[in-house]
Design a protein around this ligand. Structure first.
Ligand SMILES: [Fe+2]
Length: 286
């Protein structure tokens, strides 16, 4: 099958980012792939996400989406859990996009399973001695990790901690994989947040390494390595393009991880704009 994949289009961040939805639509219509994977972070605005889905609705392929942390930011009294469990699945349904975090997607002998994923400090740096108290602030010098102000994910009548949210999403992801395993020759997984430390660059610079604590959870990776049917992982969140093989204990096949985010055009985009589209909307035959 031919898979086109990307993430982090952040269409409310600049004029160029806003243009991505049309540029992606045009490019996908030219290819077209069997599957288009969008691994989170369209926008913190539901109206923007609706606009993106409207652009993608006539692309002749299967569209799989998982939300990113920006997609669940609170907005006009809408909670993060309200977006994750109600608003975003409804928008997907209305626009022919499959909400992969709500239900696996079978395609021949392959089953796609996905989750937004979250973070629990397990990807924190070992090169700089930050404390739990440092991370609780979600702030390094003048930089605030904005989930602190914009994520309110409720469960059991209260706001969940990052660890509790990770637990809940991991449990749901494992349940999806377990129920899919019997009918799948292989499982391909899609996350927004990262499941492996191998995907992160730790450089020992405090202003950079501090934020690695919010990139994902190694507990997702532990489960992935325990399930030999999981063959490919697509992620977003970390604004660097990468593909890498993860060493797996089971030797039946390599576990491959792919990231192809757009990020923020002004500081991360390939110039000119046409190059950015070519490089960050990636195609893979698997
Ligand atoms: Fe992002």
């Amino acid at each position: 099958m031919t898979v086109a994949y990307t993430s982090d289009i952040h269409i409310n961040s600049s004029a160029e980012n806003s243009e991505l939805v049309n540029a992606i639509r045009v490019r996908l219509a030219e290819i077209p792939p069997d599957i288009f994977i969008l691994a989170g972070d369209i926008s913190s605005s539901i109206a923007d996400i609706r606009r993106a889905f409207e652009f993608f609705s006539d692309i002749p392929c299967i569209k799989l989406f998982v939300p990113g942390n920006h997609d669940i930011w609170t907005e006009d009294g809408i909670t993060s859990d309200g977006k994750y469990f109600e608003l975003l699945p409804r928008l997907c349904e209305e626009h022919g996009v499959h909400p992969l975090w709500m239900e696996p997607y079978p395609y021949g002998g392959t089953v796609f399973c996905g989750s937004m994923g979250w973070y629990d400090l397990s990807l924190r740096t070992h090169l700089v001695p930050f404390t739990d108290e440092d991370y609780a602030k979600k702030r390094y010098h003048l930089l605030t990790w904005m989930d602190k102000l914009r994520v309110r994910f409720h469960g059991g009548g209260r706001v969940l901690s990052d660890g509790e949210l990770t637990d809940m999403l991991l449990e749901r992801y494992i349940a999806d994989c377990e129920k899919s395993a019997a009918k799948a020759d292989r499982i391909i997984s899609v996350f927004h947040h990262l499941p492996f430390r191998e995907a992160v660059d730790y450089i020992g610079r405090p202003g950079w390494d501090y934020f690695s604590a919010f990139y994902g959870s190694a507990r997702f990776g532990e489960y992935i390595l325990s399930n030999p049917k999981i063959s490919h992982i697509f992620c977003g969140h970390y604004h660097r393009k990468k593909s890498l093989d993860i060493p797996a204990p089971d030797t039946s096949g390599a576990l491959s991880l792919f990231m192809s985010p757009f990020g923020y055009y002004e500081r991360e985009g390939d110039k000119p704009f046409g190059e950015w589209i070519k490089k960050r909307l990636s195609i893979l035959k698997i």
